[in-house]
Design a protein around this ligand. Structure first.
Ligand SMILES: [Zn+2]
Length: 150
């Protein structure tokens, strides 16, 4: 399928390293819309929406951010830590939106599994349904994210 000029431009922006090291697509050969469609399908099989995933990430980050760089108990099975690297980052989509560079790491105490995300990840999942391409620094498979979040 031929992509619109807007989609081609977005694809190029997300693949460039101008904003984050390695870009947002890693070494994923798929188009941005293919990545988003596949992740939307995975979420629907898991029975959650991108909005619910992002809302849970927001809730955990807000709770952990009450004590910077310190593990905070989220509930009986989960703890999280927020590390602020200072500065902010714009959303790569063509709209004006900036996000703190701080990173949240969430750990499940029962399985020991961890995931991490940035403020921008929460926004890109909530607003754009975008989890980044495979091989990018902050890609988390929707299934892994959901397993640890809920
Ligand atoms: Zn955005």
């Amino acid at each position: 399928m031929k992509q619109s000029p807007e989609a081609v431009r977005l694809d190029m922006t997300l693949r460039s390293s101008a904003l984050v090291a390695g870009g947002f697509m890693g070494d994923d050969p798929r188009s941005v819309s293919e990545v988003m469609d596949a992740d939307a399908g995975a979420l629907s099989r898991l029975g959650v929406t991108a909005g619910e995933v992002a809302a849970r990430m927001r809730e955990i980050t807000d709770k952990a951010a009450t004590a910077e760089s310190t593990w905070v108990e989220i509930d009986a099975n989960r703890e999280a830590v927020v590390n602020d690297t200072r500065g902010s980052l714009p959303c790569p989509w063509p709209h004006e939106a900036w996000f703190l560079k701080r990173v949240t790491t969430l750990r499940r105490k029962d399985t020991g599994k961890t995931v991490r995300w940035s403020e921008l990840n929460i926004h890109m999942i909530a607003a754009h349904g975008f989890f980044e391409g495979k091989g990018s620094l902050f890609r988390t498979e929707p299934a892994d994210l959901v397993e640890i979040l809920f």
